[in-house]
Ligand binder design. Structure first.
Ligand SMILES: *[C@@H]1O[C@H](CO)[C@@H](O)[C@H](O)[C@H]1NC(C)=O
Ligand SMILES: *[C@@H]1O[C@H](CO)[C@@H](O)[C@H](O)[C@H]1NC(C)=O
Ligand SMILES: *[C@@H]1O[C@H](CO)[C@@H](O)[C@H](O)[C@H]1NC(C)=O
Ligand SMILES: *[C@@H]1O[C@H](CO)[C@@H](O)[C@H](O)[C@H]1NC(C)=O
Ligand SMILES: *[C@@H]1O[C@H](CO)[C@@H](O)[C@H](O)[C@H]1NC(C)=O
Ligand SMILES: *[C@@H]1O[C@H](CO)[C@@H](O)[C@H](O)[C@H]1NC(C)=O
Ligand SMILES: *[C@@H]1O[C@H](CO)[C@@H](O)[C@H](O)[C@H]1NC(C)=O
Ligand SMILES: *[C@@H]1O[C@H](CO)[C@@H](O)[C@H](O)[C@H]1NC(C)=O
Length: 420
């Protein structure tokens, strides 16, 4: 610890203020230029006087592992292996970067301070190995507008994570942007509980997120969108669902998202959009939809979508969309397809398919009638079986008798003599 600094409180007021200003400036310059260990030692040495003299924390103090800039109202605690949120965050903080640490769990009121961090507007918690976010984790942050929870293997996201721990009081959340990209839970833990359901529950709890304008859910391996995922987000402007595994949009409704401006669905597993979805998208007044890099299946279910694509202005870059299946249609451009190109089974034409079905039904009927006849004639059959058995027995006895005759040498001789 530099000696000049520890003498700080004893020195004149003006000199202290000057020194603090210089150090704050130095800290800011170093934190913006290169975040090396040198810069962190500078910033953590900014206010050692308070620690040394045991006074209550001065407003504007910086927690030791972080870099603070009062001028930019920014605190950065980046790649520090922190296991909990620093207790002594400076009250001026507006942008908090708490990234690349090892928080693992975010408990209720993790950012509740006295006085509250009223100015905190942007909170970046990306890459903190967070598995659990508890109810009310973001309580007492009245100015929080942007939250980034990306790159955390969330297994347990409380339904009340964004709305508050007291479920009976649905205070609206101030959040405007919620960034939830790459919340990749390990495969083994994923299937215990539906990840999709967990996220949907947190997004709709208590109607708290009705002010949300941007929602990013990219790269989450989402297999489907729960029906009510978007039901309580009426203010949404931007929805990013890129790079998931969505196969269909049939079960989700976009109808109420009347302010939606962009809908990103690139890099999913969409095969076709059905009439219901097409009508909903068409009814949204401001929307731009992005559909690139999906494995469109150009069969008899596709004509409605192709007809819609030819007309609509909603889809951005619609000329880039191509078929992925079936094989003979691969790389064909969707908007250039004619409905005559789109049939369902490339081996059997539909007319032949129906005749095969008919043949199957006829065969089944014949089989059923045969069994019925057998059943009704069971007495006759029994009798017939007896007759056969008796006939067999008679035959066998006759054979046996002849065999015995043949086996008797005297009779053989007799018969051969008689033949002569
Ligand atoms: C964080 O932990 C990793 C591995 O344990 C280590 O290599 C790294 O130096 C640590 N970083 C800090 C800032 O302590
Ligand atoms: C949050 O931090 C991560 C890692 O530094 C960065 O990639 C991401 O863009 C940040 N998020 C926002 C909203 O700035
Ligand atoms: C929730 O809020 C209600 C109304 O303010 C209050 O009566 C109740 O005690 C609170 N519950 C908890 C667990 O804080
Ligand atoms: C799976 O679910 C069971 C019961 O619901 C729970 O006890 C267990 O901890 C869960 N496992 C994981 C990995 O979450
Ligand atoms: C897409 O998501 C997967 C994980 O779901 C990830 O590994 C991959 O890097 C992502 N791709 C892009 C381009 O973001
Ligand atoms: C749309 O909003 C209306 C009224 O606000 C509501 O009754 C309805 O359930 C919502 N529909 C969907 C699919 O969210
Ligand atoms: C979809 O809508 C179009 C036009 O409104 C209609 O001609 C077509 O039959 C519909 N398709 C289905 C499968 O209902
Ligand atoms: C689609 O039909 C139109 C007219 O019916 C024809 O001019 C066009 O060549 C056809 N396109 C393809 C790809 O068959």
């Amino acid at each position: 610890m530099p000696g000049g600094c520890s003498r700080g409180p004893a020195a004149g007021d003006g000199r202290l203020r000057l020194a603090r200003l210089a150090l704050v400036l130095l800290g800011w310059v170093s934190s913006t230029s290169l975040p090396s260990s040198a810069s962190s030692s500078t910033s953590s040495a900014s206010f050692p006087a308070t620690a040394a003299s045991g006074q209550p924390p001065l407003p504007g103090r910086c927690p030791p592992p972080c870099e603070c800039s009062e001028a930019a109202r920014t605190v950065k605690c980046v790649n520090r292996n922190l296991t909990e949120v620093p207790a002594d965050l400076p009250p001026y903080v507006r942008n908090l970067f708490l990234t690349g640490n090892q928080l693992a769990v975010l408990p209720a009121g993790a950012f509740a301070r006295r006085p509250p961090l009223a100015d905190l507007a942007a909170l970046n918690l990306s890459g903190n190995r967070l598995k659990e976010v508890d109810a009310g984790a973001f309580e007492h942050l009245p100015g929080l507008r942007q939250l980034d929870l990306s790159h955390n293997p969330l297994i347990d996201l409380s339904p009340f994570a964004f709305s508050g721990s007291n479920a009976s009081v649905a205070a609206p959340s101030p959040l405007v942007e919620l960034i939830l990209n790459r919340l990749e839970p390990p495969a083994a833990e994923r299937h215990n509980r539906s990840f999709e359901g967990m996220v949907a529950a947190a997004l709709r709890a208590g109607h708290a997120l009705r002010g949300l304008r941007r929602l990013e859910l990219a790269s989450n391996q989402l297999l489907y969108l729960p029906r009510d995922l978007l039901a309580q987000l009426p203010g949404l402007r931007h929805l990013d669902l890129r790079n998931n595994s969505l196969v269909s949009l049939s079960h989700v409704s976009f109808r109420n998202l009347t302010h939606l401006e962009s809908l990103h669905l690139e890099d999913n597993a969409l095969k076709v959009l059905r009439n219901g979805t097409l009508a909903e998208l068409q009814s949204l007044p401001h929307v731009r939809v992005f559909l690139d890099d999906n494995p469109w299946v150009c069969d008899c279910h596709m004509p409605d979508m192709v007809a819609w694509l030819k007309e609509t202005e909603v889809v951005q870059g619609k000329g880039r969309l191509t078929c992925a299946f079936p094989e003979k249609m691969r790389h064909r451009v969707l908007v250039e397809l004619n409905s005559s190109d789109l049939d369902c089974d490339p081996i059997l034409p539909p007319s032949l398919q129906t005749s095969y079905v008919f043949l199957g039904i006829v065969l089944a009927l014949i089989g059923a009638i045969f069994l019925l006849v057998l059943y009704l004639n069971r007495k006759g059959i029994k009798k017939w079986m007896h007759n056969i058995r008796d006939a067999c027995r008679d035959h066998m006895e006759g054979y046996h008798y002849r065999y015995e005759i043949n086996a008797d040498p005297r009779l053989t001789n007799l018969s051969s003599n008689s033949d002569v």
